[in-house]
Design a protein around this ligand. Structure first.
Ligand SMILES: Nc1ncnc2c1ncn2[C@@H]1O[C@H](COP(=O)(O)OP(=O)(O)OP(=O)(O)O)[C@@H](O)[C@H]1O
Ligand SMILES: [Mg+2]
Length: 274
């Protein structure tokens, strides 16, 4: 939950083009305040992942042209050099993606993958590294014993693998976690467990989360505020409850009308945490 004094942690205002095609994002404006959970909703192809990759400084590799500014903790990320971005990525801003098993190295033990994640942004003794690994596993309520750390990804369930990825992402206590469709590949029970985990991480560590999804009910249940992305533009932003209960933009109205018939759209909106 955010306090009224919360300041902008991230403030992006960008236009992105891939090659000579029309812009994929047009003057898209997104704000995430310290310690809050913001939902980014938009249909497939609307530019959600492009926005996340831009924030992480990973677009250039895709031959994208980017204009505007992305302010994060007082820095304009677009003005940083790759080496400076590398120090931020994984330490201050972390990413969790949709398919946990393909994001992990299938051949390496979990312990080895945690060690690599720790050494990317920290120095210290083996004991300090072990302590950090156990703390990260505790934070996502996974076992931190040797038996678990010896496993390779195929020996875990998808839900466990997603927790491992989240543990790696939050190991360095980032100020901002980007979750790009992080629950979309999971069954409903596992999905609700991961949503509860995001809520705990937000409350316990004050970690801000940008939760990217097409799933309105999960956004309604998790997010303090929501931004609606439509054809490359943020068409509406505000407190989740007010945006979903009283959508102003025609696209948001259509989205609410498309909530599956067995779910009452007003109940979905009322489930919003604010
Ligand atoms: N590397 C690239 N080169 C050219 N076009 C791209 C590239 N990456 C994405 N696009 C295009 O940009 C648009 C936005 O893609 P993006 O992946 O950001 O959408 P999305 O909202 O994340 O979609 P989804 O919900 O399916 O993940 C799409 O039309 C896509 O085809
Ligand atoms: Mg995407």
């Amino acid at each position: 939950m955010i306090s009224s004094q919360s300041s902008a942690l991230l403030s992006a205002h960008i236009t992105v083009r891939y090659g000579s095609k029309p812009p994929v994002l047009r003057d898209a404006a997104l704000e995430v305040r310290s310690g809050e959970i913001v939902g980014l909703i938009g249909q497939s192809g609307s530019g959600k992942s492009t926005l996340a990759l831009a924030i992480l400084g990973l677009l250039e590799r895709r031959r994208a042209e980017i204009e505007g500014s992305i302010q994060f903790e007082g820095h304009d990320l677009l003005a940083l050099r790759e080496q400076e971005m590398r120090q931020l990525r994984g330490a201050k801003i972390a990413l969790v993606l949709q398919s946990p098993l393909s994001s992990l190295n299938p051949a390496l033990k979990i312990r080895t993958q945690f060690k690599e994640a720790w050494h990317a942004h920290a120095r210290g003794s083996k004991a300090e590294c072990d302590r950090a690994i156990r703390a990260a596993l505790d934070a996502v309520t996974l076992p931190s014993n040797d038996e678990f750390l010896r496993k390779i990804p195929s020996q875990m369930s998808v839900g466990q693998a997603q927790r491992v990825l989240i543990a790696m992402a939050v190991m360095h206590r980032p100020a901002l976690l980007l979750a790009d469709e992080a629950t979309s590949a999971l069954d409903v029970i596992t999905q609700s467990e991961i949503l509860a985990l995001f809520r705990d991480l937000n409350r316990n560590y004050g970690m801000a989360i940008l939760y990217i999804s097409h799933d309105l009910p999960s956004v309604a249940g998790l997010c303090d505020r929501v931004s609606i992305l439509h054809q490359g533009e943020i068409v509406e932003s505000g407190a989740t409850r007010s945006v979903l209960l009283n959508p102003q933009h025609e696209y948001t109205q259509r989205l609410m009308a498309a909530v599956p018939k067995f779910l009452d759209p007003s109940a979905v909106a009322k489930a919003a945490s604010v």
